[in-house]
Design a binder for this molecule. Sequence first.
Ligand code: ZN
Length: 512
Amino acid sequence: MVYSIRKTTAFAKDLATSQVFLILWEGRIEVIKRIKLPEWILLFLLILLLGIGINKLITYPNKLVNKKDNIQAEKVEEDESNSKYPDIHLKTFSKETDTYTYSISNPETKSEKINSSINRWMKRQKESFLKTVNINEKTLRPAHLNIQLETNRITKDFYSLVFRTYANQGDVNEQEMVKVFNFDVKKEQFLTINDVLDLDKKNLDKIKEIIWEELQENKELQPYLNKKQTYETLQEPDDWQWSIDRKGLTLYWAEYEITEGFAGTVEVSIPIKKLYVFLQDHMDSYLQMSKEQQVEKKKITQKELKKSFTHGKYIALTFDDGPSPQGTPQILKTLKEYDAKATFFMLGNQVDYYPDLARKVIEDGHEIGNHTRSHPNLSKMSEAYIKKELEYTNEKIEEVTGVTPRLIRPPYGIYNDNVVECAKENNQSIILWSVDTLDWKNRNGSAIQKIVQNESTPGAIVLLHDIHSTTADALPKLLKTLKQAGYQFITVSQLLDWKEKEGVSLYYGSRK
Ligand code: ZN
């Protein structure tokens, strides 16, 4: 855990200077008292001359400074030798006038794009500082702005530059804040927090909790923390100030942003282990995690996934007899709106006629199963005919979508040993259903709705058809009701995997 609390140490230096001046002045009076008149006059002249000389010495550089003011000149300290960071050089700009001083650490990368973003931000900081300076011009102590830099080279090309801005307006008003730039210097790209973490609504809520817990760990800081403020600052991930490496994610807040009372800027590091499940896949290689770390990450992620499956209410919607222009496109659109995945048992001939629709089904992340070529009652057919019906469809689906079906649904739910044999040969599962909506028969939205509502249970397989517009029309309401009841919609293969993991025997459903 890293954190920091900063306190002001301000007036001491000024106070010391003025005391020294007083002592000198009193000393001069003592000397003057002891001297007689003629010598007194001589000494007076001498002091006068000296005074003029010193005054000149003092005012001359002052005039130079004022001149510099007019042309906005700055003192620049630059390291021309090889930088420790191969792609970044550092310049420190400083300036001193009667009313203010500032010093700014200004890194310069090889990328113009990155430089201009950083410089834009710096310019804004400087301008807003100078604006307040002009208002308070008559204050006794000069205002000061310090922009300080902490350079973190995370991997070869990935840098995290942490700027700390300290602005003191000359009186007690002071402000300390943190700004971070994360970028890939070679790709000339800034990294956003969404590149790093998968921040959907559910994940964001969990991450907020983790951050809050971690902040609480800091006992010094804990009494000052305000939960409501903290959660508010985390609401918009794009506004977070953060940096990341293999060890953890660090978040930064300005003074008073999440604390009440004087607690300085706040910094917290979340151990990367606690964030494994939220990390985007490419971050393994991006952060150059070790093999051991990657294995550990995988273990934790899988454990979490299993946990979420156990607690989930899953249901598999299936659509038979398509693809068809009458139902499939509209159904795909609705499924997308509800973030639902489904399984389409397709007829080989329909796939041959509408290959684009089949492709779209796969592109949208759904599953395709084999429903034979032409919908025969397989129990009435020869072994060779069964084989031809199933194999034509396997090949057609593979040819059009590039995906080999794992599942077979026999038409009318009727099958015999020859069908089972054929499925085994191709390593496919025979899938029936547990909820029959009878949508092909009643062609009525509210009837479908009623059946699904009454018969759905976690792990159910629901039979629908994507060749009827009535089914397509009924789908939005159906999905809405099931979602409100806590259901999540997954494909049949996902459902089987889940059941296997949970030790439940394979469930093919039954035909009524
Ligand atoms: Zn069918």
